[in-house]
Design a protein around this ligand. Structure first.
Ligand SMILES: NC(=O)c1ccc[n+]([C@@H]2O[C@H](COP(=O)([O-])OP(=O)(O)OC[C@H]3O[C@@H](n4cnc5c(N)ncnc54)[C@H](OP(=O)(O)O)[C@@H]3O)[C@@H](O)[C@H]2O)c1
Length: 302
């Protein structure tokens, strides 16, 4: 069978499609015939440098998939840990620990299902960390991205109001997702602009971009929330002075979370698939994500 193996970490050319032996299910594992694999920024990071993931070559990246259990034909989705995984999803078959696999919502096409686990479970985890009441206002930095566009839908599902900054050409898409206050991300401080428009501070800010918490904190209410999935950089002292709860979130894979994600799908949450690539063009998909302006998810088909 074929798999995309990284022997020499580096640029997209490090992704080599090679023949490898079929996997066998180890203790507590199930072998899945892969139908589609979502592409995420962490794939690019681990491809270029596996040290954060705590692995060494050879390894296969790719952490979310839709497929069929080889033994039973059951349609499933899976989300693998982004650290410590050497047999990632970019292969025709993969042996996955059962704790990371769950039945997928039957109404989802495999390409749609493969785009959800990583970004969707991350968005879910961010929302679960911030106990916000319906009617609260949250500002999302990075709302157009893989995680962001799902997080906006989940926040709206919880009855929250959402402010978001993007490029002007993404405004309409964000408003269709339910964003109440749209801001131009090239403006000086989106949080200040949102608070000005609202006439009061925000209840929460979510940073899916990096470096956005420090400038946002002055516009988050005392006792509010600030969450990041990227970094905790900058001067965050104001969080202390204003008793703002700071949440650093690293997605944790797990079957239970996939069931929670299925509930979000049942409530109407859907990913935007920007493009699909056959596995032979995996390097092009990495180049595309690395170049930015994807505005949704890229999915690899097998
Ligand atoms: N902690 C975790 O567990 C976890 C889990 C998943 C992802 N992540 C990380 O979280 C980040 C987002 O992931 P993702 O999958 O959503 O990536 P993505 O699909 O590349 O989305 C990032 C989005 O942010 C937008 N953006 C960039 N600069 C911005 C700015 N100044 N203001 C507003 N929006 C801006 C980008 O727009 P343009 O492309 O148009 O510039 C893009 O739409 C990545 O760094 C990823 O590695 C962390």
């Amino acid at each position: 069978m074929r798999a995309v193996v990284v022997e020499h970490p580096g640029g997209p050319e490090a992704l080599t499609l090679v023949d490898v032996p079929h996997p066998n299910a180890g203790e507590g594992e199930v072998v899945v015939e892969v139908e589609a694999v979502g592409v995420n920024p962490v794939d690019l990071g681990n491809r270029a440098d596996p040290s954060w993931a705590g692995i060494s070559p050879p390894y296969v990246v790719g952490y979310e998939l839709a497929g069929l259990v080889v033994e039973t034909g059951e349609p499933v989705w899976a989300l693998l840990p982004v650290q410590g995984t050497t047999r990632g999803a970019l292969a025709e078959q993969v042996a996955v620990p059962r704790q990371y696999v769950a039945p997928r919502p039957p109404e989802l096409h495999p390409i749609v299902a493969a785009a959800l686990p990583m970004a969707g479970c991350t968005a879910l985890q961010v929302m679960q960390r911030m106990p916000l009441e319906a009617g609260s206002w949250v500002l999302v930095h990075g709302a157009t991205g893989g995680v962001g566009h799902l997080l906006v839908q989940m926040a709206r599902g919880l009855g929250l109001h959402v402010a978001a900054a993007s490029r002007p050409d993404e405004r309409r898409r964000l408003e269709e997702l339910g964003v109440d206050i749209w801001l131009d991300r090239s403006g000086p401080v989106p949080a200040a602009a949102a608070a000005r428009e609202l006439g009061h501070d925000l209840d929460a800010v979510v940073d899916l971009v990096g470096g956005q918490l420090e400038p946002s904190l002055p516009h988050v209410r005392v006792g509010g929330h600030a969450a990041t999935i990227v970094d905790l950089t900058g001067d965050l002292d104001l969080a202390l002075d204003r008793n703002i709860d700071l949440h650093g979130v690293l997605m944790r894979a797990g079957r239970d979370r996939l069931y929670e994600l299925a509930a979000e799908v049942a409530a109407g949450v859907r990913p935007h698939i920007t493009d699909t690539y056959p596995i032979e063009r995996i390097a092009d998909a990495h180049r595309r994500l690395g170049a930015g302006r994807v505005g949704g998810k890229l999915v690899i088909t097998l």
